[in-house]
Structure formats: C-alpha cells, structure tokens
Design a protein around this ligand. Structure first.
Ligand code: NOJ
Length: 460
C-alpha cells in the first residue's frame, strides 16, 4: 500500500461536496423561490461548516416541467434565479472564498421548449431533425416499441406534425437528445466549454447512464422481480435503454473536453449495480472522476448490509479510482426520515470517515426531515403521474430552515413548498449555539476529518 501525502491529492479528493437545490436555499427577491443572490448570501454557512465545494442543481432557463431538469437554454440563467451577472458574481464570491463550483449538466434531454427541439419537430427535413430520436409508428399506429418512461406511461410521444413519435425517457416535455449525432455532441460539448471558460470547476452529469439507447430499438424484456408496489417503469429491465456499451465511449469523450482545462471535475449520476457503476471510471481513469455511489442510499440501514456494501464497492473499484459516498439528494427521502435522527448521526460519521469524497445534501447538516405534502400541494411530476407509491420528491425539496421567523428565514413570502412543522426547533440559528445539535455535530465531525487525515483514509 502506498501512503500519499495530502499535497499529492487533487482538490476534489480532499473536499466535501454540498448540494444546493436552488429553488429551496434562500429567496432574496420575495417570490417564495430561492435564487443565486440567496446562495451568495449564505456561502459562509457552508464555508463555516468546513465545506469548500458547492454543487447547484439546474439554474438554466426552463419551463420547470421537471423543476429545471428540462433545460430550454444551456448557456443562460433562468430569470427566477437571477441574471448572468448574478451568476458571475456568485462564482467570483465562491472563488474568493477558496471554494469551488459544480454545475448540473443535463445532456440526456432538453426541454421541448428548447429551440433545437422546436426546429426538430417542425419537419422531417429540418437540419435539427436528427438531433432528437424520431421513429415511425408501429404497424398498428402505436408507439415504435415497448420502452417506458421513468415518469409513467410510454416513453414515446406521437407528434402530429410529422406523423412520427419522439423518445423521452422522462416527461414528454423532456425529449431525449440523439447523442449518436456528431452535431449534438459538438453543441453539447461546447456548452461544457462555455461554463468552463467562465471558471466553473466541474459538472454533475444528469442520468449519465441513459445517454445512448439501442441502435436497433429492441423491446426491453419483462422484469421477473416486478411487484405492483413499484413504479410501472420497473415492469421492464432496461436492457436496451440504459447502460449501453457506447455510453462509456461517450463519457471518455466528455472527459477529454474537461481535460482541455485544468483540474475540472466530472461527477456522473448513475444508478447501477456496483460492477456496472465502476465501469464509468473508464480505463485507467479516463472516464468520470466520480461516478456517484448511491449504495448507502439504496440498501436497508442494517450493519451487516452496510459492511457488505462497503466491502463490495471497495473491492470493485479499479486501480487508483477514487471512491465517493452519498447519503441523500433531491430525489431521495431525507436521511433523518429514512433511518431516524439518531442513526442519521451514525450515517454522518460513516460518510465523513469512509475513504473517498462525500456529498452532503443541503439541510442534512441541521437534521431536516421529509415534509408531508398534501395532495393538493404536490408539485413533483413524478408524484402527479404515479401517485400514491411514495415516489414524490417534494418532501425532500422543502425550503432550508435558517431561523424561527415566519418563513424560516428562507423568504418573506409563502414558499413554493411548505416548511417542516418543527422548523422553529430545527434551524441554523437555533442549532448554532447548541453544542448537542446536529449542526454542531456536523461541524465538529468535519473539523476532525480535516485535521486527522486518517479519518478520510487518504491512502491508496
Ligand atoms: C435525475 C435528476 O436528479 C432528477 O431530479 C430528474 O427528474 C431526472 N434526472 C430527469 O432529468
């Protein structure tokens, strides 16, 4: 075993990543929705925790059918979040504090309102036609094959204008881009360059394992383990829609683009079994720097299961691949709700002492819990389309709780999602001076991690 010195590690191997869901962090313009100025205002909260890397979920222009994961302009800023000037100021403030900024990059699909798609759907001869995935109807007029959408129903949407279907792995408002088309690649790689030219330090790549689909459009086979309590999407095994061999080549090409710049980071969002997940590191680490490791989110919270998953993951890592661990995000029930407040502390110890880069979802540091959302207040399209199965993601996306005032110091107007009932107890202000609070716990734990190198096991 070779022991390395701290200096031998790259920034993203030494730091902790903090995910901000921008609609819910801090509202400064009184519309009940968070914004870029709000994030800037709260940077010291993150810095004081000892965290130096911020990942912000999408802030681009978007009709918000999937709350920003439906991008209508990849190189703009949604006015709801601010202006490009606000963005530049935020980035400068982050860098001034010696911190790094990771943006969300959503390459698998655009919004149906993106100009590219508007052109594409106009006619079969449009130069942008092949930028998306179009197919003739099946002989009976139905969808071209059995592929299902993650958000319910067929993944094919019929478009009258040209009498063809287009493919959307998520909402029909999120048509999949055709990454087999070299022009798409060029345009989307230029998007990465645009943000890197500005100084952005890396990207979290949305649904990386979805980006290429079977060229022959074969039907997916049934999933023998499907049960009615699951999402209808799980009726099939995604044999031909995700994790296709060519996607790994694409990830390597993406990496070449970020390698044109100094030390920029690629994090891949990938939900796959460990053996398949680690393939995304590439050969000799020429793929994603950090294919997100969601194992701790997915397993039952039992000591034996946790041990098994850690051993398995460590065992599967390719030589010199850098591990990473995640406990929560904007798509998963909050930690304290999933495993209980006391266990949430144990989980934090684990996260912050395991070898590798940890990612913390905003609010976990104060012990935020899922918020019950009454049916009439549901915003998430996944819950709207597939109600009652516990798939809704609003509960973990509620406003950050800063203090005990009317709207928890998040906004001076009613927020877009309801606040947790006990926000007057669970908030930054309250917890700051309480040495037994979750916030103090995180603070001490992170300080210890930064001081004692053995806690993050900086050895390979
Ligand atoms: C994964 C994102 O994390 C999720 O929030 C989104 O709905 C889907 N990708 C579609 O972009």
């Amino acid at each position: 075993m070779i022991e390395k010195q701290l200096n031998d590690f790259l920034w993203w191997q030494k730091e902790i990543v903090y995910q901000i869901y921008p609609r819910s962090y801090k509202d400064t313009n009184g519309d009940g929705i968070g914004d870029l100025k709000g994030i800037r205002e709260k940077l010291d909260h993150i810095k004081d925790l000892g965290i130096n890397v911020v990942w912000i979920s999408p802030i681009y222009p978007s009709p918000m059918a999937d709350f920003g994961y439906d991008v209508s302009d990849y190189t703009g800023i949604h006015p709801m979040f601010g202006t490009m000037e606000d963005f530049d100021e935020l980035l400068a403030a982050i860098h001034d504090k010696g911190m790094k900024l990771i943006l969300d990059y959503v390459p698998n699909h655009s919004s149906s309102e993106h100009q590219w798609f508007k052109d594409s759907r106009r006619s079969k001869d449009d130069p942008k036609r092949d930028w998306y995935i179009w197919k003739d109807p099946a002989p009976d007029g139905g969808p071209p094959n059995n592929w299902l959408s993650v958000f319910g129903g067929s993944a094919w949407e019929y478009d009258e204008t040209t009498n063809q279907y287009y493919y959307h792995a998520f909402l029909k408002e999120q048509p999949d881009l055709n990454w087999r088309n070299p022009e798409v690649k060029k345009a989307m790689f230029d998007v990465l360059r645009f943000w890197m030219d500005k100084g952005v330090d890396g990207f979290r790549v949305d649904v990386m394992w979805h980006m290429i689909k079977d060229e022959q459009f074969r039907d997916n086979p049934p999933n023998p383990d499907y049960t009615e309590d699951k999402s209808p999407y799980d009726k099939h095994l995604q044999a031909y829609t995700t994790d296709q061999p060519e996607v790994l080549d694409l990830v390597k090409e993406m990496r070449k683009v970020t390698d044109e710049y100094d030390e920029r980071l690629i994090i891949g969002e990938i939900y796959l079994p460990v053996e398949q997940l680690v393939m995304y590191y590439g050969d000799n680490n020429n793929g994603a720097h950090l294919p997100f490791n969601f194992q701790l989110v997915l397993i039952p919270w039992k000591a034996a299961e946790i041990k098994a998953v850690i051993d398995k993951y460590e065992g599967a890592l390719p030589a010199e691949a850098w591990p990473n661990w995640v406990l929560g995000n904007h798509d998963q029930s909050r930690l304290a709700t999933r495993i209980g407040t006391e266990q949430a502390r144990n989980a934090a110890i684990l996260l912050l002492t395991l070898r590798g880069t940890p990612t913390i979802y905003y609010g976990e540091e104060i012990g935020m819990q899922d918020v019950h959302i009454p049916p009439e207040m549901v915003k998430d399209p996944q819950e709207k389309n597939i109600p009652g199965k516990g798939l809704g993601r609003d509960p973990e996306r509620t406003p950050m709780q800063w203090d005990s005032t009317e709207y928890a110091g998040f906004s001076d107007k009613e927020p877009w999602l309801p606040l947790m009932e006990n926000y007057k107890k669970i908030n930054v202000e309250q917890e700051k001076d309480d040495e037994n609070s979750m916030l103090s716990f995180y603070q001490k734990l992170i300080a210890l991690r930064q001081k004692e190198l053995s806690f993050s096991n900086w050895k390979i």
